[in-house]
Every structure is written in C-alpha cells, then in structure tokens.
Design a protein around this ligand. Structure first.
Ligand code: ADP
Length: 319
C-alpha cells in the first residue's frame, strides 16, 4: 500500500487532531503517502481531497476540533453515494482509508469495506459508546470539562443552598454522566442504562439536607431525557430551590487532555499499521491499556454497556 486517506466524520471530539497527526506521521514514516479528505464522507463524494505532508499536521496535537472538518452526509448512506466515494478514492490512487468518528461513521466504513475498499475505524467521540474499546478519543477531555463546570456550579450552589440539575451529553450512553458524577460526588446520577425512581432522588436530597448539606448536584445524561423536566419534577416534589444547567456543546471542545492525546496517537498509528498489514473492516481500540482491534461488524453488533459496579459504587458513596 503506497497511498492512504484519512477523514473525520460525524460528531467531533477533542483529540481527533492528534489522531490525524498520528495517521499522517506514521504513514509517512513507512514511506506511504497520505491524503486528507475534508468534511467526512461529503468530501469523499465531492472529491475535497488534498495531500498531507509532515508539516500539514504540525501544531495541531493540542487543538480541539478537527483540521479536516467534519460533516453528516445523507448521500453516503445510499449505494450510489458509496460508489461515488469509491470512484474518488480510485481517482486519487488511494488504496486504504482511516475513518475517525463514532458508530455512524463506522457503519459507513463497514460499507466501504463491503464494497472491497480497505477501511479501518478509529473511535472518536465524547460519548464513549463504541463497543470494543474501553475508551474513545475525546471522552477524557469531555469528562474533565464536565468536572470543571460542576466544580464551578458547586461553588454557587453552596452559596445559595440550591439544588442543581446538570444535563450532560452522551447520546444513548451514560458514561460521561456516571464518571463525572463519581468524580464530583453527585447525589444522584441518572443514566439511560439504569432505571431511576423520583422518590429515591428526593429521599437522597432530603437526607443530605437533614445532615446540613449546603448543596446538591444531580447529573442527568441526555439519554434519560431533559434535565429541565427533571428539575421541574424535583422542584414540585420538594421545597428545595432548584436550578438546571444544560452544559451543551462546551463538552465537545477544548484542548485534549494528555490521556486523549496519547490515546489518539496510539490508535491513529495502530490504524495505519493494520492497513499496511493488509487488514480491512477493523476498528482499533484500547482494552486494559493494550491496543486491540476487532471486526467493525462485530463491534457494531454489540450493545454498549456501562460498568454497573461503578454505578453501584456511585450510589454507595452518595448516601
Ligand atoms: P457519528 O459517527 O458521530 O456516530 P453519525 O451517526 O452522524 O455520526 O454518522 C456520520 C456519518 O456516517 C453519516 O452522516 C453518514 O454519512 C455516515 N453513516 C451513518 N450511518 C451509515 C450507514 N448505515 N451506512 C452508510 N453510512 C452511514
């Protein structure tokens, strides 16, 4: 293989740039040319493709977002769109592709592989919802962004003796809420993977108040529903002054943490290694701090699960 392509697709996450850099540098190290495809699968269809050199990826390792930009592309979900994409890849002489993105992007990568085009997926999403890897690129940075925000909310919550409901991202996965809740000692953590009872939330709040607690934080994963609705229900069920903060897209930005930069560098380089070994239709990941890879189809057929012991612990520690 003498020429590969790299693109970022779907929702961005901090550390994608570090992954792009690793793909480019690892390939060039092995005398392989790299072409950057801009705006994900949309750019693949339209031919928005440029050669990347060592210097093209200089000074990006510490930047959030993605220098290749990203997009959602309906056309690529059609057979016709996928064929157009492969025509472009052939036109540019690209023989293998690294797709950095979430599970939607991986479905696209799987399609390319089915059409006979070797593609490797690198998991980049703040949601940490991709089976086959303990962590996805961007999760640690988003976690630290949430922790930082909650620390600040906690200050004002204490001053005013308020209850705060904080809604965090994660799509259908509760990881971000669970980890942030554990890291911040939240009273209750509402995640889509576990049922919750309003009475239990209220009981915890009352118990805290009775022992003189000045503030309470309740974390709601977006997959559970609206934090605003939960806040309203708490206000109705108690006489605690309740405020709601929806953290939103600040969770997707910012300079990647050291953990994310290292993870992105390792996973990006591993993806190139697999392509050079002639592998296709794989997703790279990290499990017990070892680099691993799985068939994309297998990974996508599994259900993402949270660590139920961690959830139990969060309940035990917030008595
Ligand atoms: P993410 O990768 O963050 O999960 P999306 O779910 O929006 O983001 O997917 C990103 C892009 O991947 C979509 O806009 C589309 O172009 C492509 N994609 C998603 N699902 C499929 C599919 N089943 N077949 C082909 N391409 C897909």
């Amino acid at each position: 293989m003498k020429r590969i392509g790299v693109l970022t697709s779907g929702g961005d996450s901090p550390g994608m740039n570090a992954a792009i850099r690793a793909v480019v540098r690892k390939a060039i190290y092995h005398d392989v040319e790299v072409y950057g495809i801009y705006y994900g699968y949309a750019g693949l269809i339209s031919g928005d493709i440029q050669k990347l050199e060592i210097g093209s990826v200089g000074d990006i390792i510490h930047r959030g977002g993605t220098m290749l930009y990203t997009a959602r592309c309906k056309e690529f979900q059609t057979e016709e769109g996928q064929k157009k994409a492969i025509e472009q890849l052939n036109k540019f002489g690209i023989e293998g592709l690294v797709v950095i993105g979430g599970d939607g992007s991986f479905r696209g990568a799987e399609k390319l592989t089915e059409h006979g085009f070797p593609t490797i997926g690198v998991p980049g999403t703040i949601d940490n919802d991709i089976p086959g890897t303990d962590f996805t690129i961007g999760f640690d940075t988003a976690l630290n962004t949430v922790i930082d925000a909650i620390d600040k909310i906690r200050d004002t919550a204490t001053s005013h003796e308020r209850t705060y409901v904080v809604e965090v991202m994660g799509r259908d996965a509760g990881d971000l809420a669970l980890w942030a809740g554990l890291a911040d000692g939240a009273e209750s953590i509402l995640i889509p993977e576990e049922d919750y009872q309003m009475e239990d939330i209220v009981k915890r709040l009352q118990r805290g108040s009775n022992r003189g607690k000045k503030h309470s934080i309740i974390l709601v994963a977006e997959g559970v529903g609206s934090g605003i609705d939960i806040g309203r229900k708490i206000q109705e069920a108690t006489d605690f002054e309740t405020r709601v903060t929806v953290l939103g897209h600040i969770q997707r930005g910012g300079s990647p943490t050291g953990v994310d930069r290292v993870l992105a560098s390792r996973l990006g380089a591993k993806a190139v290694e697999l392509l050079l070994e002639g592998k296709a239709g794989k997703t790279v990941g990290i499990q017990s701090n070892k680099l691993v890879y799985h068939d994309i189809a297998d990974a996508l057929s599994q259900k993402h699960e949270i660590d139920s012991e961690m959830y139990k612990l969060s309940q035990e520690l917030s008595i």
